[in-house]
Design a binder for this molecule. Structure first.
Ligand code: FES
Length: 129
């Protein structure tokens, strides 16, 4: 199996790995195909992603796609971030081996889950005012 140079580079030097204390949203997803897990934390400011970090318990492709998705969304409006697909993340890494394509779902799904979490917390806070 051949990983691209970009996948290997992000795997060896993952960007934005770790936790955010007091995040505005957290998304945790498991990959039903392999059981790997990713947790993604976001800090939102003025409906933009002010900070994003991840913790991934998974394969090299899962770590590289997690790292790449954090770079792709940093500073972006959340509506734009939501449009980022698993395929777009894989393409940004110059592709993944076909049997590893499912790994890119983890990052895209965790991002969507974290934004959904932020939005549901925000609407709950607005409702309690
Ligand atoms: Fe599980 Fe890649 S093998 S995410």
């Amino acid at each position: 199996m051949q990983y691209s140079a970009k996948v290997l580079e992000h795997f060896r030097n993952p960007r934005n790995m770790g936790q955010i204390e007091d995040p505005d949203g957290v998304g945790e997803v498991g990959n039903p195909i392999c059981g790997d897990v990713m947790k993604l934390y976001v800090k939102i400011d003025d409906e933009k992603i002010a900070d994003v970090k991840f913790e991934t318990f998974g394969c090299a492709a899962a770590i590289a796609t997690s790292s790449m998705v954090t770079e792709m969304v940093m500073g972006k409006p959340i509506d734009e971030a939501l449009k980022i697909s698993a395929r777009a993340v894989a393409q940004a890494l110059d592709g993944l081996p076909p049997i590893k394509m499912h790994c890119s779902n983890l990052a895209a799904d965790a991002l969507k889950a974290a934004i959904k979490d932020y939005r549901s917390k925000k609407s709950a806070a607005a409702a309690s005012k």
